[in-house]
Design a protein. Structure first.
Length: 51
């Protein structure tokens, strides 16, 4: 297990890359979720105002 975690001596480069990738993917999901929520609110408001 320690061999896997050390990544052949390149762990100092590999693990931060994995971490950064995870952060970017999480941010994409969070931003998309927030934009979807905002769009739904906007559409509901426009629909209510047009009636």
């Amino acid at each position: 297990m320690s061999e896997f975690l050390s990544m052949g001596g390149y762990a100092q480069f590999v693990w931060p890359s994995y971490g950064l990738t995870l952060i970017v993917l999480a941010m994409n999901l969070i931003i998309a979720w927030q934009q979807n929520k905002q769009l739904k609110r906007t559409l509901k408001r426009r629909l209510k105002n047009s009636q």
